[in-house]
Design a protein around this ligand. Sequence first.
Ligand code: ADE
Length: 266
Amino acid sequence: MVLSKDNPSSAEEFMDSQTHSKLPISSILIIIAMQTEALPLVEKFQLSEDKKSVFPKEVPWVRYHGIYRNLQINLIWPGKDSALGVDSVGTISASLVTYASIQALHPDLIINAGTAGGFKAKGANIGDVFLVSECAFHDRRIPIPVFDLYGVGLKPALKTPNLHKELDLKVGKLSTGDSLDMSAQDEASIVANDATVKDMEGAAVAYVADIFKVPAIFVKAVTDIVDGEKPTAEEFLQNLATVSAALDQAVTQVIDFISGKCIHEL
Ligand code: ADE
């Protein structure tokens, strides 16, 4: 950011963000793509579903909200696709809900939680929960200088050294694409991204969070081993419920740690 007297609004925004990071976090936005992942957390935090949506009436997005340990929690699930009735997974819904939720709810911090494929060659096992250090895309290949980097869309997660120390979670890089399976080209990009886990939302949430300078963290639990023997879809469905329980336990630990702290203390 350029700070100068010719650019007072950036200077004000900069000062604002500095002051803000010194106040205790009061509002958290949790974005979760699948109902199976979201509902145990809704129970755990005793959140209520919105009676009157803050979102346009046409969208299937569901907001659950409440107070937990002095934190205003908004959990957004993009809901079921209105034509097909399945969870609205993937980067399009993820970026739309992130944008609309930031506009409507002005969170201090975003947590994108969900399941992911893991690479055993990089140390991932079924049921591991990862705190993500950075996110990038693996299916936006634009082989033109600089557009190539735009396609990869690398964004660091908020640095949370104290959270890492406190919780027993693995740390790894996340690669995002709009497919559950992995083509040979995706694989080459995932290797180039040095990713340990692969999902369908993280880098999209990171892109929008970065635009609005909302700090974001990513908690991803491994349902399937991408470089293993079992077919991905089968292994994913087999492990979804149990791994969602591990995910929800980790998200609860993360939120318990956050309670009463400022961004710079995480
Ligand atoms: N979510 C869970 N497993 C996944 C995989 N293998 N790829 C993308 N997203 C996932």
